[in-house]
Design a protein around this ligand. Structure first.
Ligand SMILES: O=C(O)CCC(=O)C(=O)O
Ligand SMILES: [Fe+2]
Length: 362
């Protein structure tokens, strides 16, 4: 099916309008555009990104992903993530819980490590299905490289706004250290009948890493806007990616940057009778990076951290009185505890949570 044959997002459903950031203007140093990015990053943690220049690579990734999902189940299962907290590889629908009661998710996906894509044909972490290997050169590596460049550029602009030295954030994502950074292709089958919004395809979560670069063609993504109680759809816009910040950035910035809750639910009709595919590149810090506020490197962060600690004794942001998690530990904990195989009860779900219950800086 071509994109043109898919129905557009219905216009009678309320959506949340994200701010639009123009990547070309960010690269050119436009103060106005940087202000828009800062507003988006600190208030909702989500924005549209236009003029990113990755459309061709994204189209090739959608082809690669569709081919991979069509492989027989027993073939895909040879590359399964496993239950010990590793993310790279295949995840079957129903492997993860979507909520405290252990309701299963309804999406399958393939996660391809950025380290593996960049070192291919040398293996860094693991092997992948044939359809992935075949498209490393024409789709995956170019997509990974461009996504990394965009995400690092945006992170460094945010770093400067946070009062950090130039490159302070991108150096925590240096490519010479292994990381959890990965490309993900997601497939959700059509779900026309009976399924309610509450029965999420991907449960409410914050992203685990630093910055996610997301490409959606059909609806289904929702955000919970701070200060509201109703989930709202984010409308896919042609030519616009969706960027969102993850927990690592909330932690390093003492909550100044926002890692916001989101989820994927059944699509609004008539889109619900179509399969939904989406693509994300997740930039995550190097495995050894400690996730605590960078107070020693920025007065802005130091005073946000001090405010949080004084009023709320918030342990993660400040890193006092706890063993500060490394990026690798944070990531493995969240993945391991969302696996239904590892579930003992609601406590497993709680153990899989990130910064969503942490207060934001004021
Ligand atoms: O498919 C989407 O729109 C969002 C996916 C997502 O939130 C995730 O994989 O973390
Ligand atoms: Fe997400």
């Amino acid at each position: 099916m071509t994109i043109a044959e898919q129905p557009s997002f219905p216009d009678n459903i309320q959506t949340h309008p994200l701010l639009v950031v123009d990547y070309e203007l960010i690269k050119a140093g436009s103060a106005r555009e940087i202000d828009t990015l800062w507003e988006a990053a600190t208030e909702l943690g989500f924005w549209y990104l236009k003029n990113h220049g990755v459309d061709d690579e994204v189209a090739r990734m959608f082809d690669m992903g569709a081919k991979t999902m069509r492989l027989p189940m027993d073939e895909k299962m040879k590359y399964e993530q496993g239950d010990d907290g590793r993310s790279f590889g295949y995840k079957f629908a129903g492997a993860n819980a979507t909520d405290e009661s252990g309701n299963p998710d309804t999406v399958e996906f393939i996660n391809i490590s950025a380290d593996d894509a960049l070192s291919f044909p040398t293996q860094t972490h693991r092997t992948y299905p044939s359809t992935v290997n075949e498209h490393m050169d024409d789709a995956i590596r170019p997509f990974v490289r461009k996504s990394i460049e965009i995400n690092h550029t945006l992170l460094d602009v945010l770093g400067t706004q946070l009062g950090l030295a130039n490159g302070a954030l991108s150096k925590r994502h240096a490519l010479n250290e292994h990381s959890g950074s990965e490309a993900r292709f997601i497939f959700k089958p059509p779900s026309v009948a009976e399924i309610t919004e509450e029965k999420a395809a991907i449960g409410a979560h914050t992203d685990f890493g630093s910055l996610s670069f997301l490409h959606n063609r059909l609806g289904g993504l929702q955000v919970l806007v701070p200060g509201t109680e109703t989930w709202q759809y984010v409308k896919p816009l042609p030519g616009h990616a969706i960027c969102n910040l993850g927990d690592a950035m909330a932690l390093l910035s003492a909550g100044i940057l926002r890692s916001n809750l989101h989820r994927v639910v059944p699509l609004p009709p008539p889109q619900n009778s179509f399969p939904r595919t989406s693509l994300v590149f997740f930039t995550r810090p190097g495995n050894s990076v400690q996730l605590r506020a960078l107070s020693d490197e920025s007065e802005v962060i130091a005073s946000a951290a001090a405010r949080l600690f004084e009023t709320l004794r918030t342990k993660y942001f400040v890193g006092e009185g706890i063993e500060v998690p490394t990026s690798a530990e944070w990531f493995a904990r969240r993945i391991r505890n969302q696996r239904i195989k590892n579930r003992t009860g609601p406590e497993t779900w709680l153990a899989s949570r990130g910064t969503e219950h942490q207060p934001q800086a004021v």
